[in-house]
Design a binder for this molecule. Structure first.
Ligand code: HXC
Length: 511
């Protein structure tokens, strides 16, 4: 064979691999509002940076006549490239080839990517679009999944792992994403479930649509499985890029520092008027967040789930932080099961990846009631307490208004390792709110007038930051308008913080 023919052969094999399941299936994918695996990777990475690995791998199965059908690449496109100039590893399941299902060979490609990523200290981004375990491969496919899960677990806290769900993902195809740090979904075109509607109908006789069972709305607002939802694939992949700009490549690295254009000493008079005079009136904590961070750029995580707690990434003076904030505009900012779990996982991510925590507190306490108690608020609330206490990154806390009861302790208080704890003059720090306290302490009072007087007296005496400040539990009381400058000062002061917990195999967070 002459050289020309050899090169032509190679070009043809390569073309076949790039065609995946063929023009017809690609067309079907496009008609469903979905891109192919390769198109997605190109969209995700910096232009021209994708390097493919294992393009010509094929499966080795023989049952059900599958040996007659071999497609180079075998249903997953894998390799590496760059996002914002930083190395990332990526794999994209190709739904046009055997429904993007996982074969042994296909799993080996993903495992290779995972192992390279840990070795090189770079994130793994998985673009998922798969019918789960490839039925024809039986236990070999299950073994492949288990290898991927194992690597997910071993990489957790070492490199960031991101999952985008870009089609129907069933069975094993949802468990690897569940083990990763952040899950992105696309409205209407992506679904996640352990077992699909048909199996559910057979087993439990429930009638449920694919969308209701595992669509983006379900997982971003009801189950809390998804962290981000895009309106379409392009937007979703852009959101992945945005997230990458806030986080480091690995646990020994720091996030990218962005050139700050927003003045670091900027004050904002309007902040002085955000907290209502009436302590029972709500206000939107996001108004405060937007006024203090760089350029109003806030990447909120899980915005539609447990809305009484706000979490997300922002920058101060160009440096990434994780923001954790009670939201008084939703359920008065109370701590409940879902908000505790939501914030705890976020705090642990930030701590694992050297991202300082800025906590804004306005919390009336834990939500009372049988549904919370029966649901285990004791252990779930303890998760957040545990996560904050264990975190060794810089912890800056600002109490804007209420900090009552156990929730005061939990929300990154001085006592569990807060480095800089500030409060507004409007802060109320006490065991409980005035009404509750008087109901317990002054059962002797019967007249409404006398009770109102006692409540006022209690408020005067306890519902302020001065007792806590006199004990050094609050480092400084600040005017709201100077919040940004104070946070930036605190972040600068804590930049070289050195703190580690005692060596141990691992702690035992109340799961
Ligand atoms: C082999 C599969 C497959 C599978 C789909 N295909 N799932 N091939 N193994 N698991 C093939 C189809 O035969 C079809 O091939 C092509 O992929 C596209 O599938 P369609 O059904 O035509 O597409 P669609 O209508 O969009 O439905 C997609 C789907 C559905 C929702 C994913 O295919 C489905 O429910 N599949 C089964 C999902 C599942 O139960 N997986 C196993 C889970 S168990 P052709 O040639 O016709 O194009 C599991 C164990 C791991 O994952 C557990 C670890 C903890």
């Amino acid at each position: 064979m002459d050289l020309k023919t050899k090169f032509e052969n190679f070009a043809e094999i390569s073309r076949q691999a790039e065609l995946g399941g063929g023009a017809e299936r690609i067309e079907k994918q496009h008609q469903g509002g979905k891109k192919t695996a390769r198109e997605r990777i190109i969209q995700l990475l910096d232009p021209g940076t994708f390097q493919e690995i294992d393009k010509l791998v094929t499966h080795r199965a023989t049952d059900f006549g599958i040996d007659k059908n071999k497609i180079p690449g075998d249903g997953v496109v894998a390799g590496y490239g760059y996002i914002h100039g930083r190395l990332v590893y990526v794999f994209a399941q190709d739904f046009t080839v055997f429904g993007g299902t996982l074969s042994r060979a296909n799993a080996d490609k993903i495992v290779k990517i995972q192992e390279l990523a840990v070795k090189m200290g770079a994130p793994v981004i998985g673009l998922n679009d798969s019918g789960g375990a490839r039925i024809q491969e039986g236990v070999e496919s299950l073994a492949g999944y288990a290898d991927i899960f194992y690597n997910n677990v071993m990489s957790s806290g070492v490199i960031p792992q991101i999952s985008a769900i870009l089609g129907p993902c069933a069975g094993g195809a949802v468990y690897s994403p569940a083990l990763t740090d952040f899950i992105f979904m696309v409205d209407k075109t992506s679904h996640m479930f352990v077992t699909g509607p048909e199996v559910i109908k057979t087993v439990t006789h429930e009638d449920v649509s694919k969308e209701e069972l595992g669509g983006a709305v379900t997982h971003s607002s009801r189950s809390g499985v998804a962290h981000f939802t895009g309106g379409n694939e392009e937007q979703t992949l852009m959101m992945v890029r945005e997230l990458m700009s806030f986080i480091p490549s690995n646990n020994m690295d720091d996030p990218l520092v962005k050139q700050a254009t927003d003045p670091i000493g900027r004050t904002d008079e309007s902040l002085n008027n955000i907290i209502p005079v009436d302590p029972n009136k709500p206000y939107d904590m996001k108004d405060i967040i937007m006024k203090i961070i760089d350029d109003e750029h806030f990447l909120e995580v899980q915005p539609h789930y447990a809305e009484n707690m706000i979490i997300g990434f922002a920058r101060f003076g160009g440096r990434s932080v994780g923001i954790v904030a009670n939201q008084p505009a939703h359920l008065a900012g109370v701590l409940d099961i879902n908000s505790s779990i939501k914030a705890a996982r976020f705090v642990r991510f930030c701590d694992a990846f050297n991202i300082p925590l800025v906590t804004l507190v306005d919390v009336p306490g834990f939500l009372p009631g049988t549904s919370q108690e029966f649901g285990g608020i004791i252990k779930h609330g303890a998760k957040l307490l545990y996560a904050f206490a264990e975190a060794t990154v810089a912890k800056i806390t600002i109490i804007t208004r209420k900090a009552y009861g156990g929730a005061y302790d939990v929300m990154s208080s001085k006592h569990i390792g807060g480095d800089v704890n500030l409060a507004y003059p409007t802060a109320e720090i006490a065991v409980m709110g005035p009404e509750g306290a008087i109901n317990i302490l002054r059962r002797d009072i019967t007249s409404a007038e006398e009770k109102a007087k006692a409540v006022d007296e209690y408020r005067e005496k306890f519902a302020n930051p001065y007792k806590a400040a006199s004990l050094g539990y609050i480092d400084e009381i600040i005017y709201p308008k100077e919040t940004r400058a104070k946070i930036i000062q605190a972040l600068e002061m804590t930049r070289n913080k050195r703190k580690s917990n005692l060596p141990r195999k691992h702690g035992n967070i109340p799961l």
